[in-house]
Each structure stands twice: as C-alpha cells, then as structure tokens.
Design a protein around this ligand. Structure first.
Ligand code: ADP
Length: 226
C-alpha cells in the first residue's frame, strides 16, 4: 500500500530530516513509528500525505508515485487518508456532531448520509451522550475521540495518528489506543507516531524506530528500543 524507496529529505537550510529511508507498509497493518524529537517522524508523515516531496527517492501510495500525481488527484488521495493530531484541531465553534458532519460535507456527502453516519461513528468512539457538546465542553480524551470519529467517517484506507496521546493521561491514552486498535481490526491501516513506550508495548504490533533521519530498527512484535 505504502512504499518509501530510498527516500532522503533535506530542507532548504541544509537540515537532513530523512536519510535513505526504505519502508513498506501493507494494507491492514498497524505500524508504530518511534524516535526522539527531530528523528524525522513528522517529515515522513508529510511526505506520505503529499504535502511535501522527497529530495531524492520516491514515495508511493498504491503504486502511484506521489510526486507524479496530478494536482487534481490530490484531494482524492487526501480523502483516502484520515489524520489525527496531538492537538486535536477541531473547529471550536462547532459541536462534536458538527465537526464530524463538516468532514462529510467537505467530501460531498448527502444530508441523508451525514444524518445516518455521524451518530454511528460517534457511537463507535463512545461519545453519543456528548455529541452536542462544543470542544470547550469536552475533556482531552473526548476531544481526541471526536477527532478520531472525524478521521474515520469517510472510510479512509489509512489512518495517520501523529502523537495522538501526547496530551493525554494514561487512562485516556489507553482508551485512544484501544479505539485505534478497533479501527485497525475493522481493516483500516494505521500508522501511529508516539513517544510512549507503554503504548507500543500494549499494542504488540510492528514498531519502526527512527534516529537522525534513518530507520534503525523494524520489529514485528512491539519492542520500544530507545
Ligand atoms: P520528528 O517528528 O521526529 O520530531 P521532524 O520530521 O519534525 O522530526 O524533523 C526532522 C528534522 O528536520 C529536525 O532536525 C527538524 O528540525 C528538521 N525540520 C523539520 N521541518 C523543517 C523545516 N520545514 N525546515 C527546516 N528544518 C526542518
């Protein structure tokens, strides 16, 4: 599904963020990416989203080289990828329901589809009781669950979760990880970046360790080796 072929990325100031990264991720995998701050994790995600391109090497999604993808096809790629951020990035003036509904509106879904899918997806993240709350009326864990609902509502093939538990306490972290696991069990590929050793070990899935722009380990069984 995803293939990084000998990818290097240098920024204009000379910083080498990625250095010869080769990596493949199959449909249905759950992959955690760990590494110290500055290791290149965010750059890897940006290249995968087509927000930026490698200096050398190539990134492919379903065998299509993202650099060669036409501009008009980018929105379609973005719809196939749901993104979850550490800082939630919800719209403050919309309720939980409206935040999720808005993602469907942007994707061109009908009012009927929205009315049927939004409650369903909010139930999946156990937020039925709070769907009319605004972000300021929700806890960190609840905000992240809204963000997950928003990320999955258009049935993406891939979820990218960039430090999704970075602002959460251990109980909420555990809940978010369980939800991501459930989404993966339903068939969606998940790529998670995290600093949290407990998360990686609880998952027991593939772990890629990055350091100074390189992959230094790729374990199939959930070892956090920093
Ligand atoms: P991580 O997500 O693992 O913390 P990043 O991918 O954000 O790592 O950063 C990798 C390296 O690239 C760091 O040294 C960072 O300072 C640098 N970097 C990231 N983005 C930019 C940018 N836009 N311009 C210059 N350097 C950058």
């Amino acid at each position: 599904m995803i293939y990084f072929d000998n990818v290097s990325k240098s920024y204009p100031d000379g910083t080498v963020a990625l250095n010869g990264v080769t990596l493949s991720v199959k449909q249905g995998e759950f992959v955690s990416i760990v590494g110290h701050s500055g290791a290149g994790k965010t750059t890897l995600m940006k290249l995968l989203l087509g927000e930026d391109h490698p200096t050398t090497g190539s990134v492919s999604f379903d065998s299509v080289n993202l650099k060669k993808m036409k501009k008009k096809d980018m929105p379609e790629l973005r719809r196939r990828i749901g993104v979850i951020f550490q800082d939630f990035r919800l719209l403050p003036n919309k309720t939980a329901y409206e935040n999720v509904a808005f993602a469907m509106e942007v994707a061109g879904k009908t009012d009927e589809e929205i009315a049927s899918d939004v409650p369903h997806v909010l139930e999946l993240v156990d937020l039925t009781k709070k769907m009319w709350n605004f972000p300021r009326q929700l806890s960190g864990g609840e905000l992240q669950r809204v963000a997950i609902a928003r990320a999955i509502v258009n049935h993406p093939d891939l979820i990218i979760a960039d430090e999704p538990t970075g602002n959460l306490d251990p109980i909420n972290t555990y809940e978010i990880v369980q939800i991501l696991k459930k989404i993966n069990d339903m068939g969606t590929t998940v790529i998670l970046t995290t600093h949290n050793k407990g998360v990686v070990e609880a998952l027991g899935k593939r772990v890629i360790t990055m350091d100074h722009g390189r992959i230094i380990r790729d374990d199939s069984t959930g070892k956090y080796a920093l």
